[in-house]
Design a protein around this ligand. Structure first.
Ligand code: SF4
Ligand code: SF4
Length: 221
């Protein structure tokens, strides 16, 4: 947990809000749904004069640049892309789901019952191999005082680990889908004439508007 936290903190020095943008499931779902929204802010309230002053103003890289019309792809290339994506996305979901399922034991370690079962197991091992140096363990002592048997505890922990198979599979499959859709987004070509905030990625913070001479002029008038 500390290592992952440190990685995100360091990454945050170079990439704005990396966790929210790329890993938070809620952020990802909001991103998808925002793309279908009817209304979204524009950098300029009227005509974009292509001055490019806003080009690098967004800390989240959410400004879509104009795309030239003369690089339109032909239908065969588009069909091939579609076919490749239609194969790649399910494959990524499958691989993500499989890896997530296989990681169930690792993921289940966040569960208190599984943690306690591990503690009891370790404690019993030390008690068997090195009884003179048996450390004090309040968790194990608390468990022994509870009256529950070790068999019951291990059974509950095993059930939890089984449950994490489904959870890991869903999370892994979801991450595979997110990655696949990111790939699809990169390969789909869209035509644009103006600098516009990307509906899915823009947080509507309005920073880019401070760079736009048209917006500034409008505000002054
Ligand atoms: S409103 Fe903020 S997040 Fe959206 S494009 Fe402008 S600077 Fe980027
Ligand atoms: S600053 Fe305004 S006018 Fe200039 S490119 Fe950006 S949106 Fe267009």
């Amino acid at each position: 947990m500390f290592i992952i936290g440190a990685i995100f903190l360091v990454a945050g020095m170079f990439i704005a809000r990396p966790y929210c943008r790329f890993f938070c499931p809620y952020g990802v779902i909001l991103n998808w749904f925002s793309r279908f929204s009817k209304y979204h802010m524009q950098i300029t309230p009227t005509t974009c004069i292509q001055c490019r002053l806003c080009e690098n103003s967004c800390p989240f890289g959410a400004i879509d640049k104009p795309e030239k019309l003369n690089i339109k792809e032909d239908k065969t290339v588009l069909a091939r892309k579609f076919l490749i994506l239609a194969l790649i996305i399910p494959a990524l979901i499958f691989v993500g789901g499989y890896v997530g399922r296989q990681m169930n034991e690792t993921l289940a370690k966040v569960n208190p019952k599984v943690q306690l079962a591990q503690e009891v197991f370790r404690y019993n091992k030390i008690a068997k191999e090195n009884p003179e140096n048996l450390p004090e363990n309040v968790d194990v002592e608390g468990f022994k005082a509870s009256g529950k048997t070790e068999k019951e505890l291990f059974k509950e922990a095993a059930d939890k680990i089984e449950e994490f198979k489904m959870g890991g599979m869903l999370v892994g499959g979801f991450m595979g889908l997110v990655f696949g859709l990111m790939l699809a987004g990169l390969s789909i070509y869209r035509y644009r004439t103006d600098y516009t905030p990307n509906k899915g990625e823009c947080f509507s913070c309005g920073r880019c508007m401070d760079f736009c001479p048209i917006t500034i002029k409008n505000e002054k008038e």
